[in-house]
Design a protein. Structure first.
Lengths: 154, 224
């Protein structure tokens, strides 16, 4: 693995341009094509750390990884029935979301949220949908919907 | 006695009569009709004449169930997300009939709006090879040809994107049908004999759609 320092501005400008290209091509449908972004990182850094089999503990594990790895400065969550609310401050990629908001486009990708979704889906096989990403009071606030089970129609 | 139309009238009638049909009788779609539908798809325009479309015919009841489950699951997730963020309520703000509104919300958030794939006598899984430039456009043209031929044959069809719009669901479909990495699952087209006639859905008038030379300068002054 390379230890070479990379400018965060450079990384975020590339991430923004890639996301913008998706947005320009697919509009509001772009969000559904980026739901697995972060999966290699998840397999490498997150999945080996997940030991528990309940949503609360799984989310906490992802939060620990993200804070330890310096991806976010602070992350917290609350579960209210089927709704999972994530609050992220000091995310490495917050500039990407801010640039979309400045253009009047609702942000449609959040790596921390994707990691939480991947963790719940891979561990419990329970579907999760990222419903909303908002920036309020200097924090990113994500709303996710938890589903009991995957439909089988058997 | 069959109605008689000249070619222009017939073309417009087929286009205008097309509906999204989600309920079918048990009557199977004949092989003769299926081949005509696929031949129509095959004749669609294609950039560089690459013809990236490939089609998987699904009739097996067990596979249809799985298809319906993936479609219903995807729709249910997305519409539930739209509901909890109140965007669905905004979308249906002009609908005053509260009972009807509630029924629509329930149908959408439950995923039933797409799970009907399980009950379609036949579905065509439309795939596209990725090693071409115009995959989405070519395959969409083929799909429209499918829908028009279905209409001409007196059958009903629905263009369903629910089981493949999210990459997670598309991956499930690819596993289900053994679709290789270099191929994208674009859409599912369900086909069958409609259980009932369907009314036309409203269309935006041409004077709101067509511009003259530059964006936002109406081509038609009056509703056309």
């Amino acid at each position: 693995m390379s230890s070479r320092d990379v400018s965060l501005d450079y990384v975020n400008s590339i991430v923004y341009d890639l996301q913008k290209a998706f947005w320009d091509e697919r509009g509001k449908g772009a969000r559904f094509r980026v739901t697995t972004v972060g999966q290699d990182y998840f397999m490498d850094k997150c999945l080996p750390r997940i030991k528990a089999q309940d949503v609360e503990a799984i989310v906490e594990t992802i939060e620990q990884v993200l804070e330890e790895e310096g991806v976010v400065a602070d992350i917290s969550h609350e579960i209210d029935g089927r709704l999972l609310r994530l609050k992220v401050q000091g995310c490495l990629h917050e500039n990407v979301e801010q640039r979309f908001v400045a253009k009047g486009v609702e942000p449609f990708t959040c790596i921390p949220a994707n990691l939480v979704v991947l963790a719940i889906e891979k561990t419990l096989d329970q579907p999760v949908e990222l419903a909303e990403i908002k920036i309020e009071d200097g924090a990113c606030r994500m709303l996710l919907v938890l589903f009991e089970s995957r439909p089988t129609f058997d | 006695m069959p109605e008689q139309y000249d070619l222009i009238e017939a073309a417009m009638k087929i286009i205008q009569d097309r509906r999204s049909v989600r309920q079918y009788t048990d009557e199977p779609v004949s092989e003769e009709h299926l081949e005509m539908i696929l031949e129509a798809a095959r004749q669609a325009p294609s950039g560089e004449n690459a013809q990236p479309w490939r089609f998987i015919i699904v009739k097996d009841p067990a596979t249809r169930k799985q298809l319906g489950a993936i479609a219903g699951g995807g729709s249910g997730r997305r519409f539930t997300a739209e509901f909890v963020t109140k965007k669905m309520q905004e979308r249906f703000l002009s609908l005053e009939d509260e009972a009807k509104k509630k029924a629509i919300f329930e149908k959408l958030t439950s995923g039933r709006v797409s799970a009907f794939l399980a009950d379609a006598p036949v579905s065509i899984v439309v795939c596209g090879k990725k090693d071409v430039w115009d995959l989405p456009y070519d395959t969409s043209a083929a799909i429209e040809n499918i829908l028009l031929m279905v209409t001409a044959l007196g059958l009903g069809a629905c263009w369903v994107i629910a089981p493949c719009i999210d990459i997670r669901d598309e991956e499930r479909l690819k596993d289900l049908f053994g679709v290789p990495e270099g191929v994208k699952v674009v859409s599912i087209i369900s086909i069958g004999h409609p259980t009932r006639p369907h009314r036309p859905r409203p269309r935006i008038p041409l004077n709101e759609l067509v511009y003259s030379e530059k964006w936002d300068i109406p081509y038609y002054e009056e509703e056309a």
